[in-house]
Design a protein around this ligand. Structure first.
Ligand SMILES: *[C@@H]1O[C@H](CO)[C@@H](O)[C@H](O)[C@H]1NC(C)=O
Ligand SMILES: *[C@@H]1O[C@H](CO)[C@@H](O)[C@H](O)[C@H]1NC(C)=O
Ligand SMILES: *[C@@H]1O[C@H](CO)[C@@H](O)[C@H](O)[C@H]1NC(C)=O
Ligand SMILES: *[C@@H]1O[C@H](CO)[C@@H](O)[C@H](O)[C@H]1NC(C)=O
Ligand SMILES: *[C@@H]1O[C@H](CO)[C@@H](O)[C@H](O)[C@H]1NC(C)=O
Ligand SMILES: *[C@@H]1O[C@H](CO)[C@@H](O)[C@H](O)[C@H]1NC(C)=O
Ligand SMILES: *[C@@H]1O[C@H](CO)[C@@H](O)[C@H](O)[C@H]1NC(C)=O
Ligand SMILES: *[C@@H]1O[C@H](CO)[C@@H](O)[C@H](O)[C@H]1NC(C)=O
Ligand SMILES: *[C@@H]1O[C@H](CO)[C@@H](O)[C@H](O)[C@H]1NC(C)=O
Length: 479
């Protein structure tokens, strides 16, 4: 008996699968943000089909409406306390920031988290669509291009391989994520958000279920690179940060119950930056004379090393099967040694090739992350620099949408397309008058730097060598 509860039609080809698995983070902590409609154009012209946000700005969601770009909306850390303590607050958040935008068909925001990946089960190649609200979905994959019609039957999904459904692919159902907090477990926050995260996740989950969106929109918690570690840097010794072990088990139990993936930042850059013993080549997916051996496993790049450290941490607490989404990964272009456009380009190309090869990692061979979100789309000159000045320079594009280098994010071999028709303030540059008394200028320029972005003229920055008093001019012009 076929209980036709809901039908999902997906059009998949080998290349679509990879294209769909790459998204970008779109942050807006910028003094001169590119207008949302320009950003959406930028995404479309570069064939980027998924975007992760840090909040739920109505102007941003409006701009994404009808674009067919999948969306993960974010909840700022500052809201977690009230979301934990009140279901009503969670319900109105969902109403304002999700329900309003999830509409049927392609006119709404396609809040999208479709995950598709190859899994080798008993020697059979199968497609796993585990994110649908089913316990197990497997389909024989016999051709490079398949169209699956899935129906939910008593919690089990059956996938059919039917070419005739191609024309109905416009019925793609909106899928999505709500991300609870922006890396609320980051060590720099101490434990201030820990008590509210799981309660917030549960309240948002309940609110989504109440409006029948729990199947399409998954609740996730973005975890920072420092939630897991390995003192010896052997992946096989990976574990969660000790202060998190109880919270992590609660989180993982919640995620497993609702078939949601684990969102995590993998940061080869920060590992390189903090660890003298990691070579640049190893970090950039390049040839390395000293691969790392961990028992009989060999690690040739820092990404695999970090990812498998996490995989061990998950297994150690009893969640070896947990699906992983790399929620943030990138390489900055200023503000630290080796943070340049050319190293970023090498890193991103290496990452993309690695993901496209679908080779996975030594602990999860042929089982790569189900999705990967590049960090970041644009530079943000107002981002916090507690972790370092490089924090404001993660963009593949500058703040105004101009590509810093080239990488195939889904647009193929063509160069990245820049934002078009960007409007600028009139260009004016003021220069410090050397004939005036400048005794106070240094102090006041440092004042200016508390608001302006002075990361480029700080030690390690690309313009550090312009020196005094040109750096004073820079600071005030940037103010
Ligand atoms: C989180 O919310 C629950 C349910 O309202 C409440 O019992 C708990 O005290 C809250 N946690 C904190 C740390 O306030
Ligand atoms: C919707 O999200 C925005 C941005 O995160 C937030 O400011 C607003 O308060 C949310 N709406 C509700 C009802 O919580
Ligand atoms: C969690 O960490 C605490 C303190 O670091 C430790 O005493 C405890 O055994 C750990 N629990 C688990 C389940 O690992
Ligand atoms: C650095 O890496 C090498 C090669 O993997 C290893 O033998 C050495 O013990 C490491 N040193 C430190 C301080 O981690
Ligand atoms: C780093 O990688 C480059 C390019 O793959 C290679 O030419 C170079 O020899 C490598 N350096 C080391 C130290 O392995
Ligand atoms: C990396 O940075 C170090 C220190 O600034 C420098 O000596 C080295 O040449 C840089 N390497 C590359 C490939 O940029
Ligand atoms: C420098 O600052 C001091 C104290 O605020 C002030 O008295 C003095 O006039 C300033 N000098 C100039 C040249 O602006
Ligand atoms: C600063 O360094 C860059 C690159 O190292 C160089 O091209 C530029 O001329 C230098 N500028 C000054 C003012 O020394
Ligand atoms: C400019 O350079 C001088 C001399 O190196 C330094 O003391 C001052 O702090 C710098 N100012 C800014 C705004 O970076």
């Amino acid at each position: 008996m076929l209980l036709n509860l809901s039908l999902f039609f997906l059009f998949l080809t080998a290349s679509d699968i990879t294209v769909q698995a790459i998204g970008v983070n779109w942050g807006t902590t910028s003094s001169h943000p590119l207008p949302p409609d320009k950003v959406v154009e930028l995404l479309k012209s570069n064939k980027i089909t998924k975007v992760k946000l840090f909040d739920a700005d109505p102007l941003v969601l409006q701009a994404l409406s009808g674009s067919n770009i999948g969306v993960a909306v974010g909840i700022p850390n500052s809201m977690l306390k009230s979301l934990n303590s009140s279901r009503k607050v969670a319900e109105s958040w969902v109403h304002d920031n999700v329900t309003r935008y999830v509409s049927s068909g392609s006119s709404g925001v396609r809040i999208d988290s479709l995950k598709v990946r190859h899994k080798n089960v008993n020697g059979r190649e199968v497609l796993n669509l585990g994110e649908l609200d089913c316990f197990e979905i497997e389909a024989q994959l016999s051709e490079p291009s398949v169209v699956l019609g899935l129906s939910t039957i008593f919690g089990k999904c059956i996938a059919r391989n039917t070419q005739t459904l191609i024309r109905r692919s416009e019925l793609i159902y909106p899928f999505g994520y709500v991300a609870i907090g922006d890396e609320p477990f980051h060590q720099s926050y101490g434990e201030q958000y820990h008590p509210f995260v799981i309660g917030s996740a549960m309240n948002i989950q309940t609110a989504l279920a109440k409006v029948s969106l729990a199947n399409q929109v998954k609740v996730v918690v973005p975890c920072s690179y420092d939630t897991f570690q390995s003192e010896s840097s052997f992946p096989s010794k990976g574990h969660f940060r000790p202060d998190l072990n109880k919270t992590m088990i609660e989180l993982l139990t919640f995620l497993r119950k609702h078939h949601s993936p684990f969102f995590v930042t993998i940061s080869p850059f920060i590992n390189f930056h903090q660890n003298k013993n990691i070579s640049l080549n190893f970090s950039l997916f390049e040839e390395t004379k000293h691969p790392r051996n961990d028992g009989h496993r060999t690690y040739k790049n820092s990404f695999d090393l970090g990812y498998d450290t996490l995989v061990t941490a998950l297994s150690t607490v009893g969640f070896p099967e947990m699906d992983v989404v790399v929620a943030k990964i990138g390489w900055p272009t200023d503000g630290a040694a080796n943070a340049t456009s050319s190293t970023a380009e090498i890193f991103m190309k290496g990452l993309m090739d690695h993901l496209r090869s679908k080779s996975g990692t030594p602990l999860r061979p042929r089982n790569p992350p189900i999705e990967t979100y590049i960090y970041s789309l644009l530079d943000e000159d107002q981002r916090s620099i507690v972790d370092g000045n490089f924090e404001r320079h993660w963009g593949v594009f500058t703040f105004d949408g101009q590509a810093k280098y080239n990488v195939d994010l889904g647009q193929g071999s063509k160069n990245l397309v820049n934002a078009q028709y960007v409007e600028y303030l009139s260009s004016k540059w003021c220069v410090v008058n050397n004939n005036k008394d400048l005794s106070n200028a240094t102090a006041s320029s440092l004042d200016a730097c508390s608001t302006a972005d002075c990361t480029a003229i700080s030690p390690g920055g690309s313009c550090f060598n312009i020196s005094w008093p040109a750096n004073i001019s820079y600071a005030f012009n940037n103010y």
